[in-house]
Design a protein. Structure first.
Length: 424
C-alpha cells in the first residue's frame, strides 16, 4: 500500500508515525511535510491547499489511500476531488466539513437538533451585531467569525469598548477576510474544556481518549490565543458518567443530524466541549484531528490506525474493537519566541539526533526544516515534546525532561501544561 498524508504539522507527524506501525503499508508520502516528518516518510512539496496538484499527484503516483488532515483542504473539497478519481480517502467531504468551516452552520445544526451549546444570534451587519451585544449587556460577550480563521476568530469582550473593537476587527476591518462577513454572538460559558476526537463512518461513532489543550500563549492561561501550546490525555475531568452523557446528548445526535441533513460525516469529528455547571456543551466542532490533541491521543491507541481509517471510509467501523492504553500522555510545544505574532526562523535546534528524535521522548515536528545537515526552526510552533507515563504526573515529568534537553534560540514554551491537573 502507498499512503499519502496531506499536511505539515505535529499532528501529521503523529499520524505518519502511527501509520508506520501497519505492515500492509510499504510507503508513506507526506505533502508537504516538514524536516522531521522527512525522517519517517517521503516528503513531497505540494501545498496542502492545492487540491488540483494533490489530486494529480495521487493519481500519477499510484496512491492507494489518502489521509486529508488540515481544515482548509477539507473545506475546499479535497476528499471529493480525490475520491472522484477512485482513490479512497480518510476525511469528510466538503458538504460535511462545513461543520467546522461555518460556525453559523454548526450553531444552526445544534439548535435544530437540540444539541446542547451556548445560546446565540447570527449577524451580517456590524451595527446590528454591536447593538445586540450592548442591549444584552452581559459580560463577557463572545463574538465569533463565521468562517475559518486559523483558530483566532473568537473574540471575548469584557466590556463595551472591547465589544466595539471586536465587531470592528471582524466585520469592518475584516482581519480574517470573508470569514468575518457573518458573526455569531454567543452566551459566555464556564467550566473545564475537554477535547474529544471521534472516529466515525457516518453510522457509528467511536470516541478516542479525551484530551485537554492549552490555547493561551503564556503560563496561567495568559497572553494571546494560539493553535495550542500543549496537551494532556486523558482529561481527569472527563469521567465515564460525563462520557455517557456526551454520547447520548451530543455525539450520536450530531452523527444523526448530519445524516438527516444529507451531509454524512466520515472521518475524525472533533468535539470541543465545555463541562458547564449545567452539563456538557459544545463549544465548537472541528472536521479533523486536533493539533496538538492528536499528539497525545494517538500514542495511547493500541489498535491499528490504518485499519480504523479504512473502516471509516468503508462504513465498517461497527466491526472493529478499538483498544486504548490506560496510561497517560503529555505534549509540550516548543514555539518560536514571539509566536503567535512575529517570530524569527532558521535557528538551529539542539538536542536532536539524526532522525530528529531524542531518547526518552517522542519529538513531533511542526515547524522545522533540514538545512546544512541540521534541523532548523521554520514556523511558530516548532516541536511537540511528547511522553507517555503510568499517570499524568509521570508523563509530564518525562516530557519536561525532554524539553530541558531540546531547544533553540528564542524558544518559548509553557511551564504549566497539565499543571493544575497533576494531582486530580
Ligand atoms: P473556538 O474556536 O470556538 O473553540 O473558541 C476558542 C476558545 O474560545 C475556546 O476554546 C474557548 O476557550 C473560548 N470560547 C469560545 N466560545 C466560548 C463561549 N461561548 N464561552 C466561553 N468561552 C468560549
Ligand atoms: N487544538 C485545537 C485545534 O486543533 O483546533
Amino acid at each position: 500500500m502507498r499512503v499519502l498524508v496531506v499536511g505539515s504539522g505535529g499532528r501529521e507527524h503523529a499520524i505518519v508515525r502511527k501509520l508506520k506501525e501497519n505492515k500492509t503499508i510499504d510507503h508513506i508520502i507526506c505533502a508537504p511535510g516538514n524536516g522531521g516528518i522527512a525522517a519517517d516518510a517521503e516528503c513531497v512539496d505540494i501545498k496542502a491547499t492545492d487540491v488540483e496538484a494533490m489530486t494529480d499527484y495521487a493519481v500519477s503516483n499510484d496512491i492507494d489511500f489518502v489521509v486529508v488532515t488540515p481544515d482548509d483542504p477539507l473545506a475546499l473539497g479535497m476528499v471529493d476531488a480525490i475520491e472522484a478519481k477512485g482513490i479512497p480517502c480518510f476525511g469528510p467531504r466538503k458538504n460535511a466539513a462545513v461543520i467546522e468551516a461555518s460556525k453559523v452552520f454548526s450553531k444552526n445544526l445544534m439548535k435544530k437538533y437540540g444539541i446542547p451549546t451556548a445560546g446565540y444570534e447570527v449577524f451580517d451587519d456590524a451595527e446590528k451585531a454591536l447593538a445586540y451585544v450592548l442591549e444584552q449587556n452581559r459580560w463577557p460577550a463572545v463574538i465569533k467569525a463565521d468562517g475559518l480563521a486559523l483558530g483566532k476568530g473568537v473574540l471575548i469582550a469584557q466590556n463595551e469598548e472591547e465589544a466595539r473593537e471586536a465587531v470592528k476587527e471582524l466585520m469592518i476591518d475584516q482581519s480574517f477576510g470573508e470569514a468575518g462577513n457573518r458573526v455569531v454572538v454567543e452566551e459566555f460559558m464556564t467550566g473545564p474544556e475537554v477535547s474529544v476526537l471521534a472516529f466515525t463512518d457516518g453510522k457509528v461513532i467511536r470516541p478516542m481518549i479525551s484530551s485537554m489543550d492549552h490555547k493561551r500563549a503564556n503560563d496561567n492561561d495568559e497572553g494571546l490565543n494560539t493553535g495550542g501550546m500543549g496537551t494532556i490525555a486523558p482529561s481527569p475531568f472527563y469521567t465515564p458518567e460525563i462520557a455517557e452523557t456526551c454520547m447520548r446528548e451530543i455525539f450520536l445526535p450530531t452523527v444523526a443530524a448530519m445524516n438527516a441533513e444529507g451531509r454524512t460525516f466520515q472521518g475524525c469529528l472533533y468535539f470541543g466541549l465545555m463541562l458547564t455547571p449545567n452539563g456538557p456543551r459544545v463549544v465548537e466542532y472541528n472536521c479533523r484531528f486536533g493539533d496538538p490533541e492528536t499528539q497525545v491521543v494517538l500514542p495511547l491507541l493500541k489498535s491499528d490506525l490504518f485499519t480504523i481509517m479504512q473502516a471509516c471510509h468503508d462504513g465498517t467501523l461497527e466491526d472493529l474493537d478499538i483498544e486504548w492504553s490506560d496510561q497517560a500522555c503529555a505534549c509540550v510545544i516548543e514555539a518560536s519566541g514571539g509566536y503567535p505574532q512575529k517570530y524569527g526562523r532558521g535557528y538551529e535546534i539542539f538536542g536532536l539526533d539524526e532522525n530528529g528524535q531524542c531518547e526518552g521522548v517522542t519529538v513531533y515536528h511542526a515547524g522545522t526544516r533540514r538545512g546544512n545537515g541540521m534541523y532548523l526552526t521554520n514556523g511558530g510552533r516548532v516541536l511537540g515534546i511528547t511522553a507517555v507515563g503510568r499517570n499524568l504526573s509521570e508523563a509530564l515529568d518525562k516530557a519536561y525532561e525532554g524539553v530541558n534537553r531540546i531547544g533553540f534560540k528564542d524558544m518559548h514554551y509553557r511551564t504549566d501544561i497539565g499543571g493544575k491537573l497533576r494531582d486530580l
